[in-house]
Design a protein around this ligand. Structure first.
Ligand code: IVH
Length: 689
């Protein structure tokens, strides 16, 4: 009876480890969580009855054990080497030329390209197939024993090879091609991999922390390293860590492959998680070409990668090439352009936006990120500075990716000297000196002085911009001069400028003045919706301006509208309605409207007849990003001509988000609210009914 139970216990362990592998390594579970938990509970019950049976490969042993006092040191059985860097194809070819001179066989070499994951290097020891010890890289010779922490990572097999019998009945035969039949598991096997937190899980972790009002983490790499190099395994267990392995550092007994490509296949067959984007190439140029495709593609990887590794496939040849310092000659790290760097925060400046909102920005010791020298970076808002405890003089981590404006991620606290100064947000506007204000429920601080020169510059910039009045020849330098000289005190003044006045400005000659007056004159004929969008009323973007224009037909009618009337329009909630009413109630703005009318800027628009009916009737859409064929106006017309409605911001009421290239934050918001997402083609299909 007991014999039968031990056999059942063994089978149960193997079965759970198998399903664990399907879930955490192959990302392809074949049973539900409930079934998995049932198996685990059954196992726990047997172990409660027979505590002496428990072995280290039991899945129950993953739960974090008690915190340790300190980490023991472990000497690695082989050197845990580093990699020399290459920045671009020329560097990689120079490496190839160098090693060709050392060994002729290099000429014929094949190459394996793998992602270079930005995580923490870990070393895993298996004796007779059992995971017995795990260490950090340390100095490459001696690392720290973090076995208890590593045990909690479900992607790490506790026993290899992971049993794969449960799917193929009870035959224990491997397919003839399997690396497991060609090679034999060493009694002692030491593998190396990179532990990390996938990006999605990292964002989710930070989101939860933020919700709980707790401090968020800087980046996945530091969080992964921190989670593994602290003494409480329970904490490690709570972090979404995983890993990918890529090297056999040492083995005794058995027979292992001698090429990198087969090592990856062998490790995978044993049940280790292995990258699925590695490729083997017959020559270096093809390897470089593949590597370079990842410069752009890196964001599609589910983890942070700081480059690709190009490795000579023949490991005997690679070993014979030896090393320079800690870098093996047989491989090179092909680095992506950096996106995160640290530099000194020399000061914090404050910019005044069009709506008077004060935005802090970082003034930095110049630093190169991905080929661009960065001296300024966004600091989001004053709460962000306080939450992250960013101090002037701090070493800060900066990120610059794609077209996004560089931003500060946070301070490197460990680099502090004690000289750093805590930052106090300004109490007065840096442009006009008036006291700043804070509104209930908002993070931002505002300068509410309608005559603030900094706001006026931004206001005019917005007024003349392409999506608004589209007035060419009015760059920021000219706008600043017009304000400084007192020629322009509000947007309406632009239309009373004359040639003599313009000629007094720096850099203006006849032609330039005439051109500007010409484009101002043309702007008089701009449509009502453009004028409304140009006025910069809080909450009135291009889409809303169109709706208001069609409903009211002219400025005077809109100026008279009450909040209740405004709310009759779909998409206008109480906040926007109030903001519109407030805007027209302010004497300064009434004066602007009066002056605009006097200057001949008073467009009329045909009011809408009955709304169109079509396949999109009753549906509300938000558009973000650039669509393949339709322009912004084009997609709006398309949706409306099919009876649908377009609004500016995503809410629970939004039926669909139409998603294009390089979308903004609306995409994130739609996802978090569970709003359905369409591309242009799907939108067209929907409109066909
Ligand atoms: S190979 C001899 N392959 O990058 C083997 N390293 O600076 C040398 N890394 O410390 C390492 N992904 O932690 C190799 N696919 C990969 C890697 C990788 C990440 C890390 C590793 C190492 C650093 C090299």
């Amino acid at each position: 009876m007991a014999e039968k139970l031990t056999a059942h216990y063994e089978e149960l362990k193997a079965r759970i480890n198998f399903h664990n592998h399907r879930y955490h390594v192959l990302d392809n579970p074949i049973i539900s969580d409930v079934e998995y938990d049932r198996l685990l509970n059954e196992l726990k019950q047997i172990e409660t009855d027979h505590p002496d049976w428990i072995t280290p490969d039991s899945p129950t042993q993953r739960a974090g054990s008690k915190p340790a006092d300190r980490f023991e040191k472990i000497r690695h059985p082989g050197a845990i080497l580093s990699l020399a860097n290459a920045f671009g194809g020329d560097d990689a070819r120079a490496w190839f030329e160098r090693i060709k001179k050392i060994d002729d066989r290099v000429e014929q070499a094949k190459f394996v390209v793998e992602p270079k994951i930005d995580g923490l290097s870990v070393v895993l020891h298996y004796r007779d197939g059992l995971f017995v010890q795990g260490a950090t890289r340390g100095d490459g010779v001696i690392g720290e024993d973090i076995t208890s922490n590593l045990r909690t990572i479900r992607a790490i097999p506790l026993k290899i090879p992971v049993n794969s019998n449960w799917v193929i009945g009870n035959s224990d035969s491997q397919t003839p091609q399997s690396p497991l039949t060609t090679y034999h598991l060493p009694n002692y096997l030491v593998v190396r991999g990179e532990a990390f937190i996938p990006n999605k899980e990292f964002d989710e972790l930070n989101r939860k922390l933020e919700e709980a009002g707790e401090k968020t983490y800087l980046n996945p790499r530091n969080t992964a390293a921190g989670s593994l190099r602290q003494l409480d395994p329970q904490l490690t267990a709570s972090r979404p860590l995983t890993l990918l392995v890529y090297q056999i550092v040492y083995s005794e007994g058995g027979k292992i492959p001698t090429s990198q490509w087969e090592i990856l296949e062998y490790l995978k067959a044993l049940g280790f998680p292995v990258t699925d984007v590695a490729k083997r190439f017959d020559d270096l140029d093809s390897a470089i070409a593949y590597t370079e495709t990842w410069n752009e593609g890196r964001d599609t990887l589910p983890y942070e990668a700081d480059g690709m590794v190009i490795k000579i496939d023949d490991l005997t040849l690679a070993a014979d090439l030896g090393f320079t310092g800690k870098d093996p000659r047989g491989a090179i790290a092909f680095k992506f352009p950096a996106r995160e760097v640290t530099t000194t925060l020399t000061d914090i400046g404050v910019a005044v936006g069009r709506t008077g909102v004060l935005t802090p920005f970082a003034m930095l010791a110049p630093v190169e990120i991905g080929g661009v020298v960065v001296e300024r970076a966004t600091l989001h808002n004053f709460d962000f500075i306080a939450e992250k405890d960013i101090r002037v003089g701090d070493r800060v981590l900066i990120k610059r990716a794609g077209e996004v404006i560089p931003y500060v991620i946070g301070p490197v606290v460990d680099a502090r000297s004690g000289q750093e100064k805590t930052y106090q947000p300004p109490t007065i506007c840096p442009a006009c000196g008036q006291a700043v204000e804070h509104f209930e429920g908002e993070v931002a601080w505002y300068c509410v002085n309608a005559a603030c020169p900094a706001q006026l510059v931004r206001n005019i910039e917005h007024f003349v911009s392409r999506g608004a009045m589209d007035i060419t020849g009015l760059g920021i330098k000219i706008v600043e001069q017009l304000i400084e000289t007192g020629l322009v005190k509000d947007v309406a003044d632009l239309f009373t400028l004359n040639k003599d006045q313009l000629l007094t400005l720096e850099g203006f000659a006849e032609k330039k003045a005439e051109n500007l007056l010409g484009s101002l004159n043309q702007a008089r004929a701009q449509s009502l919706n453009r004028l409304l969008a140009a006025l910069g009323i809080h909450g009135v973007g291009e889409v809303m301006a169109g709706d208001l224009s069609r409903n009211f037909g002219n400025l005077s009618a809109l100026a008279k509208a009450s909040a209740e009337e405004l709310q009759q329009i779909e998409g206008v909630g109480p906040n926007i309605a109030e903001s519109i009413v407030d805007w027209f109630a302010q004497p300064v703005n009434q004066n602007v409207v009066k002056k605009l009318k006097a200057a001949g800027v008073n467009p009329e628009m045909q009011k809408d007849e009955k709304k169109k009916e079509g396949a999109l009737s009753g549906l509300t859409f938000v558009v973000t990003g650039t669509l393949p064929t339709l322009s912004r106006e084009g997609v709006k017309e398309f949706i409306e001509s099919n009876g649908g409605k377009v609004t500016d911001s995503v809410s629970k009421k939004t039926s669909y988000l139409v998603l294009g290239e390089a979308p903004g934050s609306k995409a994130e918001k739609a996802k978090s609210l569970g709003v359905k997402i369409l591309d242009e083609a799907e939108l067209k299909k929907l409109a066909e009914g």
